[in-house]
Ligand binder design. Structure first.
Ligand SMILES: NC(=O)c1ccc[n+]([C@@H]2O[C@H](COP(=O)([O-])OP(=O)(O)OC[C@H]3O[C@@H](n4cnc5c(N)ncnc54)[C@H](OP(=O)(O)O)[C@@H]3O)[C@@H](O)[C@H]2O)c1
Length: 406
């Protein structure tokens, strides 16, 4: 039984708070803190109505280490779940070190002024967390997160050696809005407007943004146009599974989404450098975020499913083998359960499960870790138990080209 501090009251924070509150034997007391306290209070009231559980709420600016430190000292949690934005990862890790509490997040650090995410900044905390006897678990959402656990499971149970990894992420849902992003718009648009990148033969290959795409078949959904993107888990997966000759990430986008994104880019609305407007500096992408729907507000009329999984080719006992492991998640069902759409749900549930593994001792060890470095089995069992059941297929044809077949 442990006290837990959740920071961030957006779409993902809503789900983490509900899923933790549903397990009072693991998470005995919960404090939900964020920049806007009224959003924490709205989540607390939904938890009271749905689960008849009470959680505490607080205001905090997660950019400020002293504010975080005093909040943590007052509440004295065993760990912090960070579901704010990637900009605050380092301040929250600093506050955890200063107060002696464990740490978990779902997205790696990204500086505000460059649209660039990488693990270097957080991996640099390795010695400090190890010496303090504390654990920091990085990237424990769905992707990154479950995709890393799926890959670790494949290495443990299915392959002697994995050679090709394709992570395939489909959102076939319809929220009825002309244009909206399923998680924080600023972070989402920074991610997908970057140059594409994938790992092949020991080095990174770059592509023009969204220039490589093809239809991929998703279970119970059908074929959807899928775009090659750089995604953060590729960096840790190729490091932790050096037998991979190639690792790529694919995400679906509808024609309408791409059309809106192109226009926004062409008119300069996705810029992240400040622009002088009526005597003040504004960042166009931050202004765009302010006028787009909040991810947490998309749930009500959302229909359809997400399907995210790993398609892997490798060898077992000297023979070629393929493996496809995935979860499908239905927007309307998650809305019925916790009042959130499936993208928030598929991120928030793994964050709760990761925290549960740490607090139960299954995963707890000092240092900074990516999820694939830990035993996948208890986490995989909890995915089935807490709302994200997975399916797997061995030796099925996969829709990718492989070097040995060319
Ligand atoms: N691994 C995955 O699969 C995955 C998938 C989706 C999202 N994510 C990550 O999950 C995180 C949350 O996403 P989301 O969709 O929930 O975003 P969101 O709806 O925009 O919520 C972000 C929350 O953080 C709060 N916040 C921002 N800056 C803050 C600060 N300085 N101090 C305190 N609170 C602050 C916001 O407060 P206000 O309400 O006051 O703005 C808001 O409550 C992001 O880091 C995202 O990258 C991971």
């Amino acid at each position: 039984m442990s006290k837990i501090l959740i920071i961030g009251a957006g779409g993902v924070g809503h789900v983490v708070a509900h899923k933790c509150a549903a397990l009072p034997d693991v998470f005995s007391e919960i404090l939900l803190a964020s920049r806007t306290k009224s959003k924490c209070d709205a989540i607390a009231s939904s938890i009271k109505t749905r689960l008849d559980e009470t959680i505490a709420t607080a205001q905090v600016d997660a950019d400020k280490v002293p504010e975080l430190v005093s909040l943590i000292r007052d509440f004295q949690p065993a760990m912090v779940i960070n579901v704010v934005l990637p900009y605050q990862d380092l301040t929250i890790m600093d506050a955890c070190l200063e107060t002696g509490v464990h740490y978990l997040d779902t997205a790696n650090y990204e500086p505000r002024d460059v649209a660039k995410f990488e693990y270097r900044w957080q991996w640099a905390y390795q010695d400090r967390f190890t010496q303090a006897g504390l654990m920091a678990l990085l990237g424990c959402g769905f992707d990154p997160g479950v995709t890393g656990v799926f890959t670790a499971y494949a290495q443990k149970h299915i392959f002697d050696e994995m050679h090709y990894l394709d992570i395939v992420d489909c959102n076939a849902g319809d929220h009825g809005q002309a244009f909206a992003t399923n998680f924080n718009p600023e972070i989402n648009i920074r991610e997908i407007t970057q140059r594409g990148r994938y790992w092949e033969d020991g080095e990174w290959q770059e592509t023009e943004p969204l220039s490589v795409h093809k239809p991929i078949e998703y279970p119970d959904i059908g074929a959807r146009e899928s775009y090659l993107l750089y995604h953060e888990e590729l960096e840790s997966l190729v490091k932790n599974f050096p037998s991979l000759k190639r690792a790529r990430f694919w995400m679906t986008f509808g024609e309408n989404y791409i059309k809106h994104l192109e226009v926004l880019q062409n008119v300069g609305m996705t810029r992240i450098d400040p622009v002088r407007y009526q005597g003040v500096d504004i960042v166009p992408l931050q202004f765009l975020k302010a006028v787009l729907p909040e991810p947490a507000s998309l749930g009500e009329n959302y229909e359809g499913q997400t399907s995210i999984g790993c398609q892997i080719k490798g060898v077992k006992d000297g023979r070629d083998r393929t493996f496809y492991i995935y979860n499908n998640c239905d927007h309307a069902e998650t809305y019925r359960e916790v009042g959130a759409q499936a993208v928030s749900y598929t991120t928030g549930v793994p964050a709760m499960i990761g925290a549960k593994q740490m607090l139960s001792g299954n995963w707890m060890r000092p240092g900074v870790f990516n999820v694939e470095e830990l035993d996948p089995d208890p986490f995989m069992a909890d995915l089935n138990a807490y709302g994200l059941p997975w399916k797997a297929q061995v030796d099925v044809p996969l829709p990718h080209e492989y070097a040995e077949e060319k």
